[in-house]
Ligand binder design. Structure first.
Ligand SMILES: [Zn+2]
Ligand SMILES: [Zn+2]
Length: 204
């Protein structure tokens, strides 16, 4: 029997904190009094969804036996001592569960600065291409084809694999690119760079 492909998804929840990354200004990111009560990482990941695999979810602490038996008032937590975060299992997200947030200016930038790339793949920088790109992002993300780049006060930055099938004279070709997003709460993704680069370690 073939091993079943399991793709378990988790959601991070801190029941003591209702604030999520979406609540902050895109440019300034997480700031203010809330950071005195909760650390930036735990605010950034609150209510966010991740594939339960290394590199695709926030790194957890691996406490050694000495730390576990150590006589300390600090409680062992998921991401650090005294961390309130819990992870719960959620069903694998469907493409329709994913809401893409594309801030103003990102689309103009794509059509202008990446127009050469788009045309080189046989497409045109227009709305049809944008809709196609958005669909490919939803598909890739729900398949877990992404990796975490960093977690800071702007949130969890991920690179999503973006597969573009060539069109017209480029049909039959497949282009593998990377697209930069921030993980927002409950299935939302906020665009950083729609077409960032070629996908790492992959030549097609
Ligand atoms: Zn924390
Ligand atoms: Zn925490």
């Amino acid at each position: 029997m073939l091993a079943e492909w399991t793709s378990k998804w988790i959601k991070v929840i801190d029941k003591f904190n209702d604030i999520v990354i979406d609540d902050f200004d895109y440019k300034k990111g997480i700031q203010g009094p809330i950071t005195m009560k909760h650390c930036v990482k735990c605010i950034a990941i609150n209510q966010c969804w991740f594939l339960d695999e290394e590199g695709k979810k926030p790194e957890e602490v691996n406490y050694g036996i000495e730390e576990i038996i150590k006589d300390t008032k600090n409680k062992i937590g998921l991401y650090h001592y005294n961390c309130h975060c819990k992870k719960i299992d959620i069903p694998k997200p469907k493409e329709s569960d994913i809401k893409l947030i594309i801030p103003q200016g990102k689309i103009d930038w794509l059509f202008k600065d990446k127009s050469g790339w788009i045309k080189a793949m046989g497409h045109e920088p227009n709305n049809d291409f944008l809709e196609y790109l958005k669909n490919q992002i939803r598909t890739s993300y729900t398949l877990g084809k992404y990796y975490i780049m960093k977690i800071d006060n702007h949130g969890v930055a991920i690179g999503i694999q973006l597969i573009i099938n060539g069109a017209r004279e480029k049909s039959g070709k497949t282009y593998v690119l990377s697209s930069g997003w921030m993980v927002f709460s409950n299935g939302k993704l906020k665009s950083n760079t729609l077409i960032a680069d070629w996908w790492k370690n992959e030549v097609v």
